[in-house]
Design a protein around this ligand. Structure first.
Ligand code: ADP
Ligand code: ZN
Length: 292
């Protein structure tokens, strides 16, 4: 059986074919331009592939509520050409197959839960820290959607006493994304994160903010594992700093086997940046199974 996977990102669209084990058989990348240009190319790729289902993990905000009139839409995105675009219906009308649809970060989370660092767990948090900060949550074995979907990148941060930076988020200034995403690092320190690898103060501060967010998310969501991905997390020296800072900020309040083994609790994404597309394959498998 062949499944289609579409990882729809703000800069590129990855189209892939996968099998029932989540294996990627082939993939292409197309630039995200505007729907009238990009969608025909995507449809062209999938049209003669005889896929049984399609999984789409999409940048957002998106409407995930199957009972909503705008289900399947990209809604209020600042990428204006894509605002109010019905990506699910466009693919459905072209391919006539079952379609699974979720956020980009839930796609990555699903990939890690099914095939990677969180295999078999039912309560998992996935954060991506890159151009923005996104968060996906699995709770009791299900991807959490709720009213819209979690927007963990915009939770409030308490600034570090040594940090006078005003934050990069146009909505909130000093939210998590505003203080800790790649553009915030670049604006605060005057250079891109990749060029700051040798400056420990950059990563100590970064770890402080990520750990502050994790402290709050551990307390609210009680995840059994936390996976951190995205461009900024390529600075692997962050991991021990984040783990230590989480324990400091929790200040002994929680005592669980997971926190006692924190090196295996807060971990990097494990699927070599294929977690998103593998999650899409799983979304496709599930959508096909549901309609069978
Ligand atoms: P996106 O979030 O756009 O999908 P990425 O996850 O690659 O893409 O994130 C890009 C952001 O991460 C940029 O702000 C970039 O400066 C930062 N970044 C990318 N690679 C590194 C690195 N090795 N170290 C630190 N920051 C990085
Ligand atoms: Zn914000």
């Amino acid at each position: 059986m062949l499944y289609g996977a579409l990882e729809a990102g703000g800069t590129k669209m990855i189209c892939a074919l996968g099998d029932e084990n989540g294996r990627i058989l082939e993939q292409i990348s197309l630039p995200t331009i505007e729907p009238s240009v990009t969608m025909p190319r995507i449809i062209e790729y999938f049209r003669d592939k005889e896929i049984t289902g399609l999984g789409i993990a999409c940048f957002g905000p998106i409407d995930l509520n199957p009972n909503s009139a705008t289900y399947g839409f990209i809604t209020t995105t600042p990428k204006l050409k894509w605002a109010n675009f019905n990506i699910v219906r466009t693919m459905k009308e072209a391919l006539h197959i079952p379609i699974g649809f979720d956020t980009d970060v839930n796609g990555s989370l699903l990939g890690e839960v099914c095939y990677g660092a969180a295999k078999g767990l039912e309560n998992v948090l996935y954060l991506t820290i890159g151009t923005g900060v996104g968060g996906g949550v699995m709770a009791n074995g299900r991807l959490l959607h709720g009213m819209l979907h979690p927007e963990l990148g915009h939770i409030t941060m308490l600034p570090h006493p040594s940090d006078s930076y005003r934050g990069h988020c146009p909505y909130h200034g000093i939210c998590f994304e505003g203080m800790a995403a790649g553009p915030a690092i670049e604006e605060r320190w005057g250079r891109k994160g990749a060029e700051l690898a040798d400056l420990p103060e950059v990563w100590e501060l970064e770890a402080y903010y990520i750990a502050q967010a994790l402290k709050n998310l551990i307390l609210t969501l009680s995840p059994e594992r936390i996976i951190l991905g995205g461009g900024v997390m390529h600075q692997l020296q962050l991991f021990p700093m984040i783990r230590a800072s989480v324990l400091t900020q929790l200040n002994g309040y929680l005592d669980t086997k997971e926190l006692r083994d924190i090196d295996h609790y807060i971990v990097p994404a494990s699927l070599h940046d294929d977690q998103g597309i593998m999650g899409c394959i799983k979304l496709a498998i599930d959508a096909a199974a549901l309609s069978a």
